[in-house]
Each structure stands twice: as C-alpha cells, then as structure tokens.
Design a protein around this ligand. Sequence first.
Ligand code: SF4
Length: 407
Amino acid sequence: MSLVDADGETAVGRGDGDGGGDGDGEIRSILDRAAEGGRISPEEALLLYTRAPLHALGKAADTVRRRRYPDGIATYIIDRNINYTNICVTACRFCAFYRAPKHAEGWVRDVDDIVAKCGEAVELEATQIMLQGGHNPDFGIEWYEQVFGAIKAAYPQLALHSLGASEVVHIARTSGLTFPEVITRLRDAGLDSFAGAGAEILTERPRHAIAPLKEPGHVWLSVMETAHTLGLESTATFMMGTGETNAERIGHLRMIRDVQDRTGGFRSFIPWTYQPENNHLGGRTQATTLEYLRLVAVARLFFDNIAHLQGSWLTTGKEVGQLTLHMGADDLGSVMLEENVVSSAGARHRTNRSELISLIRTAGRIPAQRDTLYRHLVVHRDPAQDPTDDRVASHFSSTALPLVSAT
Ligand code: SF4
C-alpha cells in the first residue's frame, strides 16, 4: 500500500472503522503493537495518522496514557507569559506579534516591570514564568542575565521556563558567543529550562516557507540537544496548519524523537494550531479539529520516549482541549495568566482555574495542579475543596503596566 501520494500528501481520516479495506489488518497490527508499548516507525505513524479509524486510534493512545499514568490524574499549571519586547529581526510570516526595529509600535519592557509582573503571578499562585519576546538586535546576553538575575533575586521560587533555541541562536549572533556559551550563561543566570518555542515545524520545506529567516529545523534541534547535555531540559512544540503535508507533520515528530533517543531532555510534546490573523502568511488554519486530535493520538503512540503530552485549549478551544484527554494527552497546560503572542494572531479562547479543573474532572480524570517538573502540587480529589480564587484566569494582558517606547 502506498502511504504517500506523489506530492507527499495524503488525505487524513479515510479509515472509517468498518474494516475490510486495504491495509486494515496492517493498521490493526500496528495499533496493537503501539498500544502495548512497542515502537512504531515514521512510516507506520503516517499510516495511522492518515488511515486508522479514529476511535481505534484514540483507544490505542489512551491505552498507552493509562499505562503511563494509572492514577488517572491529568494536570494543569499556573504560569504567566511575559513578553519583554516585540521588536524582532526574524520577521516570521506567521507572526502577528513582532514589529521591525524602528517601527513606531515597537516596544521593550523594562526590568522593573518584568519583575513586577512576576510578583503579580506569584500572588496568583503561579509557579512558572515563560519569558517570550522578539529577536531584538539591541539585546545581548547581558540583558537576559540581568533580567533572569533580577527575577530570581526577587522570586527564587519561580521556575524560569523560558526562551528557546531561536533565542540562543539570536543571542549567539548578537554577542559573538557559541551556542554552548550562551546556554551555559543563561543557565548560570537562573534559566531553569527552555520552552519549546520556535520549533513551529522543523521539516525544512514548510519551515522555510513560513519563517525564512529563522534557523533551520536541524539547528533548532542541535541547540536543544546541546542544552539537554548541559543540564537544561525543555519541551517540544508543534504548530500545525500552515500548509505542511501529512508526511511533513510526521517528519517533525521523527526529528524530535531522534534527538530524544539521544538526550531524553524533552519533558513533553505540545502541538497546537496556526492562528491566521494579523500576519503576513494569512490564509486559514489548515489543520482541522479532527486532524489535530489524530495528531495528538499519533504523538502519544509515536513518542514512546517522551513522558508528557499536552492538549491545547488556547488555539483549538476548551472542548477540543478536553477531547485530547481521550486521545492520549495527560496535561492541559497553563491557565495562562497572560498570553499575547498567539492571541495577537487570533486565538481568543480564555479560561480560568475552576474551568480547567472542571474540564479535566468531567473528562473522567482527577485534576491536579503541577509544577514545571510535572510534580503534583495539589490534587483536586474533592470538588468541595476546589480553589475559588477567580482572579486565576487567563487574559490578553493582566496588567496595564506602562511600556518603554523603543523609538
Ligand atoms: S515568532 Fe518570534 S522570532 Fe518569529 S517574528 Fe515573531 S517574535 Fe520574531
């Protein structure tokens, strides 16, 4: 059976569960092996992604999830994304957040404001900060060292799960350092782990099409591999729906799994969908809800070496986020006290802690607040004991701290 058409594309979801079609026995055999914990090849993952009956695919993924997490717990985290500048020279076509240097709408946030935002996050029980920003040519390694040092001095209990391989590449360029030097200095300044930002899609053709000035996928991975060997773990993300083929989607998974085989440093895999507003790429999200759910399930089966799988409610909506818990996901990510980057491109879903707890509980799972290391901080077994602080909710921006104009 040919898995891939001449152009590398296949239709998704042809399998309807009736059986009797070409390759059904092969699909059942692969699903059984994967559900039992056996490794599947990229070609087999593509076959499952494009042809396996949805319910059988979800059931196999859920079987793997149950074996990994027999306690039935699904987690969430309270964190805040803090954007330190929107000035960026990388100009990704899918990005609605950045402004070019000298643009009238360019801004940088000063260190005191960033630390104040961390203080607000602590007040709202956040345990993690994700610093995200543009590739500002004025920011060398010293700027990041100063910010990390200030945050850790004020709030040592906060995990700095921030930046990504793209920022390492940018800092290396602006400061004339090697990747290991940048990573070591960020680590020594207080960075606890790298977020998986900047991965987008790692396979070469679609990556170059949406982010021609960003480092190639193999460089992103090599920086992550170096970080893992230097003691900084990370997550790995995937932005679906910018026009990539199904084979390229599975190629992204394969590239991550290959590195994970060598380092074990990816704590989780976090797929989400492209948001098409206010950017140069435009178009529409070329990943349907069904494709997203199938990708989540295939990721659980394919990544026999990555512990956690996060469903996205921010880009796909809360109901779809909840459904991912039946397709192999064990985590719904963050309440996101603040998020501006993906929201700028059209993601308008919002939630709060009570709602996330309810989504998890009504999916038949036990909700638990986790930390960056996926340790359970509070297990919400008794609804009568659920937290009630309604300030723990997501916002575009939860404060109106003044910005420092960069122009
Ligand atoms: S995604 Fe990041 S690197 Fe790309 S343009 Fe936006 S801010 Fe810059």
